[in-house]
Ligand binder design. Structure first.
Ligand SMILES: Cc1cc2nc3c(=O)[nH]c(=O)nc-3n(C[C@H](O)[C@H](O)[C@H](O)COP(=O)(O)O)c2cc1C
Length: 183
């Protein structure tokens, strides 16, 4: 997983996605990369170790808050740095998924998920969305109803427990799908 978070709400979702992945029998510890200030310099990814570390992953989940209707500049710097991976299609057939959060209920978070989808398609990956129809889950997950990935909302920086449950579900789903595809 690769995510960027400024104030911590995306990070909370990332932790829940990681916890969901561990729920899957036989899954190893997930690689969780939170992009930090020192990873980016002059608008470009400076940490040369991040991308090689992802090469063996069977699934990669992308996470970013929605900033001005898209992923953050820091996440985009990471994405731009995957062009060498793209040339080799080294992430071909890996499972991809995404999550985002915004302070508005309909603050164009979908555009961030769609950016993740395009990135995944550029890499020849297989996108997993949420198989939970909004408003039709006994546990109340996917409360905002997006199925292209997780859209979360927080007006005050606190992450809704339902969004955390949905994030955990997404982590479990992606890991399970990757395991089934690999076999
Ligand atoms: C520069 C900036 C742009 C933002 N743009 C949006 C936006 O387009 N839509 C939205 O719903 N929220 C927007 N927000 C709110 C953040 O997405 C929200 O506060 C989020 O929870 C921050 O994530 P973090 O806690 O991981 O940093 C914006 C916040 C900032 C600082």
């Amino acid at each position: 997983m690769v995510y960027h978070s400024v104030e911590g709400s995306t990070e909370a979702l990332a932790r829940a996605v990681a916890a969901g992945s561990v729920d899957v029998d036989g899954a190893g510890s997930p690689l969780v990369i939170g992009l930090g200030e020192s990873d980016i310099a002059h608008g470009r990814l400076a940490n040369q170790e991040l991308i090689p570390a992802l090469e063996d992953m069977q699934a990669i989940v992308f996470g970013s808050p929605t900033f001005m209707g898209g992923p953050t500049a820091q996440f985009k710097a990471f994405a731009d740095a995957t062009s060498e991976i793209w040339e080799r299609q080294a992430w071909r057939d890996r499972v991809a998924a995404g999550f985002t959060i915004g302070s508005n209920f309909s603050g164009d978070q979908l555009a961030t998920l769609q950016y993740f989808h395009v990135l995944a398609m550029q890499h020849g990956m297989i996108c997993a969305g949420l198989d939970i129809p909004g408003g039709h889950d006994d546990a109340g997950r996917n409360r905002l109803g997006a199925q292209g990935g997780l859209v979360a909302h927080s007006a005050d920086g606190k992450v809704d427990p339902s969004d955390l449950d949905t994030a955990r579900y997404l982590g479990r789903r992606v890991t399970d799908l990757a395991r089934r595809l690999a076999s």
